[in-house]
Structures are given as C-alpha cells and as structure tokens.
Design a protein around this ligand. Structure first.
Ligand SMILES: [Zn+2]
Ligand SMILES: [Zn+2]
Length: 304
C-alpha cells in the first residue's frame, strides 16, 4: 500500500531504519555505519539552496580553508586550558581527602559533569543545525559552518587533526577555568566545592573531547579500547548517532549520547525551537521544519 502522508512516510522510514539498526546490532556488525553517499532524503535539506551565494574562503568548494594562525591559536588554547585543568584537578585532590562525604560529593559532581557535557553537546549541535546561516556575521563561519559542513560531508571531520578537533572547545572553556582558578579552592570549610570542582573538571573534559568522540563515531575503524567504550555505551555509539544523520530531528547529543533518548521522548529540542522562534530568532533557511509539532517522529532508533 503506498504511503501518501509525509508524516506517515517519515515514521515508516524511521522504523524501517531502526529495524535495520537492530539487525546490525543482532549480527554484531562492526565498523562505520556512515558509508560515503549514505545520506538520503531529508538530510539533503542541509545543503545550501542554489540561489545562495557560496561562503568565501573555500579551497575546493567543500571545505573551509585553514590558516596557519588558526592552528597556532588552537594549540595555544589547548596548552592553556590543559594547564588550568591540571591546576584545578590538583586542588581537588588536595582538598578532597578520602572521607566518605568527600567521595560522595566528588562522585555526584562527576556524574553531573558527565551529563552536563552531553547536554551541552546536544544544545550546541541543535542550535547550529537550526538557526542562522553559514554567512551570518561573527558566528557564521566559526560556529555554524562546521555543523553544516558535517551534514554535507559527515566523513570530513575524520580527516581533521587534533588541534582542529579540540582547539575551539579549549578556546571557549579556558576563560571559565581561569575564573574558577581565581576562586577559593575546595577544602574542609567548603565541602560543596568538591562537587562543583569535580563537576566542572568532568564537564570541561567531556566538552573538549566531544568532537573526538563524534569523530570516532564516524570512523570506519577505531582503536580496540575505543570500540569497547562505544559498545558498552560509555561514549557515543555509531549506530545511535546514525539516527541523527537520517532524520536530523533527533539524537543531537554527540558526546556520550546518554541524554538523547530522554530528551527526544520529552520533545526537548522542538519545544526549545518553538520558544526561540517565538522570540524572533531566525531559523536557518536550510533547517528542516517540523511543524506542526506532532510531525516530529514519535519513535526513533532507541525503541527495542
Ligand atoms: Zn546535525
Ligand atoms: Zn555526525
């Protein structure tokens, strides 16, 4: 029977793809679920419309040109952020001790930081997929373009070096770490600072490695330890992330992916999207539009 409704067809495609995922999982298929040219249907909506002027600074029309000063700045940010992170980690170790309450506070902060890192990855990703354009002044080139490029060519990031992968995150987080370094260190007089310190350290670590975790999810082969972490769900699983590239309407979190299922179930991003559109934020011309809200796929690759 032909499927005429666009909503029904999208749901049908999602469920069909989810069942393919389960088949891969059942057979234990390893490797890259993102072969070249794998992007069907909706994802083509991310390509710039023909009438738009191409963003300047591209070497070959596909990848933004890199400058020497960018790499230098990225490495400087990585060194500074790492030094500050190690300073704060040392303070945490010195101020924590081995008491039960100190360990509990540190553990609570660690879990909260891990979840917050995943949430940040989803919010930034969703925002850059949904709002503004690649040629928007200030944020277009540095923030929006990499996400749009990733949907045009998901494997491009697998060719990026470490500085390009982690540099921008360090650039954004170094000032935060610097401010915290100026505040009092955790200790007996400030036990709650243990949770704050632990949370901040884990959060910044996850934020810095998010692009690397995302990159691993796209690579055809990864080190054995990384593959084990992916299989156990400790970090982003390639098959789970594939759901995002199929529909571009779910699974935005790209660090651990732990929050994807709960956020998608409560419609977190569609609600946020409607709220920001209501206050006048310009949706991208190329972002898929899921209105009315019930047009969002109700089921996804997390269903069993
Ligand atoms: Zn995306
Ligand atoms: Zn991706």
């Amino acid at each position: 029977m032909p499927i005429r409704s666009g909503v029904a067809r999208r749901n049908f495609l999602c469920l069909r793809d989810a069942s393919r995922d389960r088949e891969h999982a059942r057979r234990g298929t390893a490797g890259n679920p993102f072969p070249a040219g794998h992007l069907p249907g909706r994802i083509r909506a991310m390509a710039p419309p023909a009438e738009r002027e191409p963003v300047t600074g591209f070497e070959d029309g596909a990848s933004p040109r890199r400058f020497g000063w960018q790499t230098l700045m990225e490495w400087a940010a990585i060194v500074v952020a790492t030094a500050l992170w190690l300073l704060l980690a040392r303070r945490l170790l010195d101020g924590g001790g081995m008491s039960a309450s100190a360990l509990w506070l540190t553990a609570a902060g660690t879990v909260a930081g891990y979840l917050a890192g995943d949430l940040l990855s989803g919010v930034v990703h969703w925002f850059c997929d949904t709002f503004f354009e690649e040629d928007t002044p200030l944020i277009g080139r540095v923030l929006i373009l990499p996400f749009r490029e990733h949907h045009r060519d998901p494997l491009a990031m697998t060719r990026h070096g470490f500085a390009e992968i982690a540099g921008n995150s360090c650039l954004a987080l170094a000032p935060v770490l610097a401010v915290v370094a100026l505040l009092p260190a955790p200790g007996a007089a400030r036990p709650w600072w243990l949770a704050v310190y632990a949370g901040l350290l884990v959060f910044t670590a996850v934020a810095v490695v998010t692009n690397q975790l995302h990159k691993w999810a796209h690579m055809p082969a990864v080190p054995a330890l990384v593959e084990r972490m992916q299989r156990t769900g400790l970090i982003l699983q390639p098959l789970r992330h594939a759901a995002h590239h199929r529909t571009q309407a779910e699974a935005y979190c790209v660090a651990t992916g732990w929050l994807n299922a709960p956020l998608d179930r409560i419609g977190f991003f569609p609600r946020l999207e409607r709220a920001l559109v209501a206050v006048g934020l310009p949706m991208s011309e190329t972002a898929p539009r899921w209105t009315p809200p019930q047009a969002r796929p109700r089921r996804n690759g997390y269903t069993s």
